[in-house]
Design a protein around this ligand. Structure first.
Ligand SMILES: [Zn+2]
Length: 214
């Protein structure tokens, strides 16, 4: 008897077996339970007689549980989102360890679960009418105010850099000038201001407190 036809026959039998796995065999092959397989009815590879085509099933599982190939136009804003999130983390090392652990345990599907939670959290946060909303387009008036504020900030910065800073009392608005405390009106406009309490106001406050205690 010729050996070659037998070998080819065996290969043919194997192939046809792999095209018609039972549910238990298919689950065993994927390393999952049969109920997991039943829960994922959306996977390809199920034949009309409820047997499974191994090649189609594996290809479908692979596609489902691989990170999607994002287009550049989706990837760029996604990268920026990730940059923004990772910059405001209080404990980036802890977050990195958590994601690595999830990735190790569940693969890309685990990371997708985190992504889904992020989506839900952002949708919930933006569903309220107050807070967490994207800023509206500023009006011309708001833009002008913003520019003026920035110019004031720049002026303040210049003043501080050049040593023009005055300590101004929160209560009586006088400012310290050497040994004296002067009325705010005489302070040059190009001085930056730091808020303090002047000795007179401090003394007055202490007096009031002593009175209250008596
Ligand atoms: Zn004062």
């Amino acid at each position: 008897m010729n050996k070659k036809p037998v070998k080819a026959e065996v290969a043919q039998v194997r192939k046809s077996l792999l095209q018609r796995l039972t549910q238990a065999e298919a689950a065993w092959m994927l390393g999952v339970t049969t109920s997991w397989l039943r829960d994922h009815a959306e996977l390809d590879g199920r034949n009309v007689d409820d047997s499974y085509n191994a090649a189609k099933l594996v290809a479908s599982v692979r596609q489902k549980f691989q990170p999607a190939e994002l287009s550049d136009s989706d990837l760029e804003p996604s990268l920026q989102l990730v940059d923004e999130i990772s910059m405001c983390l209080s404990f980036p090392r802890t977050a990195a360890e958590l994601l690595a652990r999830i990735s190790e345990r569940h693969g890309p599907a685990g990371l997708a679960a985190v992504g889904e939670r992020l989506l839900v959290a952002l949708q919930e946060a933006t569903s309220f009418t107050t807070g967490f909303e994207d800023p509206d387009e500023p009006t011309a008036e708001e833009l002008r105010e913003e520019c003026e504020r920035r110019i004031r900030d720049l002026d303040q910065w210049q003043a501080r850099r050049q040593g023009r800073v005055a300590l101004v009392c929160r209560s009586c608005r006088s400012y310290r000038w050497g040994r004296k405390w002067l009325a705010i009106e005489s302070l040059p406009a190009d001085f930056a201001m730091d808020a303090v309490h002047c000795p007179a106001c401090c003394a007055e406050q202490e007096k009031q407190e002593r009175k209250r205690k008596r």
